[in-house]
Ligand binder design. Structure first.
Ligand SMILES: Nc1nc2c(c(=O)[nH]1)N[C@H]1C(S)=C(S)[C@@H](COP(=O)(O)OP(=O)(O)OC[C@H]3O[C@@H](n4cnc5c(N)ncnc54)[C@H](O)[C@@H]3O)O[C@H]1N2
Ligand code: MOO
Length: 677
């Protein structure tokens, strides 16, 4: 990069010119508005206020105290309501956005769903009376995971272990029959393996049990291994080495005008092309003075003319206009915010801090004048040649602004990875109500936008039914960087993904992951020994597909796009969470601030995290609430969630910190309209 502005030869600029200038620039309504945002109308819904154990010490006539189960159920409903409000179902004033600490670094999704701009009405307004009853209408104790779980009829082997402890307040949340060493695997368990049921204590790491044979395919990778492998594949795809791998993404880095660069990733560091500010600048409207006062007021040549014909107003030095070369000692000139400071000037006096004596024509300061006050010196923010952002940073609106300020017209960026989505399944309808064994395709409308939120360029979903030839044709003719399939990953009679991959000689990099839901997910390289393209096979069950997206597609896309991995962050879970005996579980959660329902405080963040107001202090600490409706075929929990908790094999006790996966809405949704479509 060349430095357009050139160095000034001056010593490096001070961070602040004067206490007054620094303070006044930084002060303003921020603290007050920050406080009021936090103490919004929903501030009274925290457990300590509305549902704490002390909330019912003096019950009103006839009223009884809520049972602990009712307290917990009510609080969860509030958590869900707040989550719904965050995704746009409630007026903004009805919830308290609970910002949470983020790991250092940037770019970074905030994990806070924002009101999504969507043309269709939100799902909770489209519900049909035949749906599962709303939580509000459920009798206490009704199952909340897979609705059939308590009937013992569910053919879904994970129905019981996946059920959230909050589903049944009477149940011992940790009483997982599969964790009992003596338990006999149920006949419906598709994965009866000898090492199952070895009695894993909550929180005990069981990833080592991930390498097991699943039905029909190879050993499942552990969840962390699978993610790491997907990330590595993405990075190697980006820097593809040979032959047609030249199409790999890193090699296609190109230059885009600023107006088209949003959402791409910087292929080169952003290096300042100029000093910022590029010249000494007035930070205030007022007077620029030279030497000690009082000062002779000078008019700027030509300034009266600019004020309009016949005007005798002196506008002084204006932003973007010419500036007198020097200001003689003892003189003062009017100056506007952003105008260039003449050489030899000492300070700017705000207009409200000075007065002109009409009799003498002299300018008097009403406060002490400090040298350099209210002057932003050249290079205060950066010098030409300074590295402002690293390669690999996401181009956000703020980065666009910074790039423009620093002199850029174009940016060299890594293009977004291109993704084709193939939706498999003869049973899928694209409109209307389910009938005759047919169901609505929930993944076609969801996967594309989700991938766009992850920074991909996505084509319209192709619905292929259960047709092996169509699948083979679509996969072999795709020119995308990544093909995503949904459904057909298991070993049923019409599950064609594995057979087609074998036929075309693809290389299976991940064949099953020890994670629930989603364990049949897979990652393949379509051309062996080359840097891509890749295929991620998502299981057909909708939450299992989300699990595959976040486990395999997200790290792969991040690598392909040249973005750095996100620093993992952890939060404490409010409740005990069931674990699978061998596999990691991903559980939809919402973030909450405050203490637990029974008034205990739980630690907010562990290493690397800073709880708001102090972790573990009760009020102000933040934790996550596991949501119900988290069965593999359900989207109801994830739709209200703002993250997914990574629950290690064996489960965790209340207050344990677990890794949280962000949902990508917060960073990506605002751009979706203009940039990702
Ligand atoms: N014998 C075994 N059977 C199954 C196992 C197993 O281990 N052994 N694993 C189960 C798990 S877990 C999952 S997940 C599924 C994965 O199956 P597929 O990826 O082959 O998906 P499909 O069979 O095509 O569909 C599964 C389920 O999801 C529904 N589905 C599919 N696509 C969509 C869509 N676009 N929108 C909404 N719903 C969709 C489909 O109708 C099925 O109900 O395999 C289990 N079986
Ligand atoms: O239950 Mo399956 O784990 O992938 O959805």
């Amino acid at each position: 990069m060349t430095a357009g502005g050139g160095g000034s030869g001056r010593p490096p600029a001070a961070d602040t010119v004067s206490a007054g200038a620094g303070l006044s620039a930084a002060s303003g309504p921020a603290p007050a508005s920050g406080l009021s945002a936090d103490a919004g109308p929903a501030a009274d819904v925290g457990p300590e206020e509305g549902f704490g154990s002390s909330a019912c010490e003096r019950p009103r006539g006839g009223e009884r105290c809520p049972t602990p189960e009712e307290v917990r159920a009510a609080e969860e409903e509030r958590a869900v309501e707040q989550a719904l409000a965050l995704v746009g179902s409630r007026p903004p004033g009805e919830h308290r956005p609970t910002g949470r600490p983020r790991p250092e670094g940037w770019p970074h999704a905030t994990g806070r769903p924002r009101p999504a701009e969507t043309e269709s009405s939100p799902p909770w307004q489209q519900s049909h009376s035949s749906e599962t009853p709303c939580p509000e209408s459920e009798p206490a104790g009704e199952p909340a995971g897979e609705p059939t779980a308590n009937l013992n009829l569910s053919p879904d082997p994970m129905a019981d272990p996946m059920a959230d402890p909050m589903a049944d307040p009477m149940a011992d949340p940790m009483a997982d029959p599969m964790a009992d060493p003596t338990a006999v695997p149920r006949s419906s368990d598709p994965d009866p393996d000898p090492d199952r049921g070895s009695g894993v204590a909550p929180g005990q790491d069981r990833h080592e049990h991930g390498h097991r044979r699943r039905h029909g395919h190879g050993p499942a990778a552990s969840w962390p291994e699978a993610r790491a492998l997907a990330a590595r594949s993405g990075r190697s795809g980006r820097s593809g080495q040979s032959g047609s791998a030249a199409r790999a993404i890193g090699i296609r880095a190109g230059r885009l005008p600023l107006g088209q660069a949003l959402g791409h990733v910087l292929a080169e560091p952003l290096v300042a092309l100029t000093d910022l500010p590029p010249f000494d600048t007035s930070a205030m409207d007022g007077w620029v003075v030279s030497g000690p006062g009082p000062w002779n007021v000078r008019a700027v040549a030509g300034a009266e003319a600019r004020a309009g014909a016949g005007s005798n107003r002196d506008l002084g030095i204006l932003a973007g206009r010419s500036t007198p070369a020097t200001l003689p000692d003892g003189d003062a000139v009017r100056i506007a915010t952003g105008a260039r400071i003449p050489a030899d000037a000492n300070a700017v006096i705000r207009s409200e801090h000075a007065r002109v004596d009409r009799a003498t024509g002299l300018l008097h300061a009403e406060h002490q004048v400090l040298p350099g006050q209210d002057i932003r010196p050249r290079g205060q923010e950066c010098r030409a040649g300074d590295r402002l952002m690293p390669a690999g940073a996401l181009v956000t609106p703020a980065v666009l602004g910074l790039a423009a300020a620093a002199g850029y017209d174009t940016l060299v960026v890594v293009p977004r990875p291109r993704v084709d989505v193939l939706v498999l399944g003869d049973e899928l309808l694209t409109g209307g109500l389910p009938h005759d064994g047919l169901i609505r395709d929930a993944l076609g409308p969801m996967i594309g936008p989700w991938l766009r939120a992850l920074g991909a360029e996505v084509s319209a979903p192709q619905r292929l039914g259960d047709d092996a030839a169509a699948l083979r044709h679509a996969v072999t003719t795709s020119d995308a960087d990544l093909v995503i399939t949904t459904g057909g990953t298991a070993a049923g009679p019409v599950d064609h993904v594995h057979p087609v991959l074998a036929e075309i000689g693809a290389e299976l990099l991940v064949d099953g992951v020890a994670v629930r839901p989603g364990h049949p997910m897979l990652l393949a390289r379509l051309k062996k020994d080359e840097g891509g393209p890749y295929l991620v096979g998502l299981p057909g069950n909708p939450l299992a597909a989300v699990s595959g997206l976040l486990t395999l597609a997200e790290p792969l896309l991040r690598g392909l796009a040249g973005r750095e991995p996100e620093a993992p962050y952890r939060a404490a879970v409010r409740d005990d969470v069931h674990g699978h005996p061998h596999d990691t579980r991903l559980v939809p959660v919402v973030h909450r601030a405050g203490s637990t329902a029974d008034g205990r405080s739980i630690s907010g963040y562990g290493s690397g995290g800073e709880g708001i107001g102090g972790a573990g202090t009760g009020s102000g600490a933040e934790y996550v609430v596991p949501l119900r409706y988290n069965g593999p075929a359900m989207l109801r929990g994830i739709a209200a969630a703002d993250g997914l908790a990574v629950v290690p094999p064996g489960g965790v006790r209340s207050g344990t910190e677990v890794e949280i996966l962000d949902l990508p809405w917060a960073s990506a949704m605002p751009w979706t309209e203009g940039c990702f479509t």
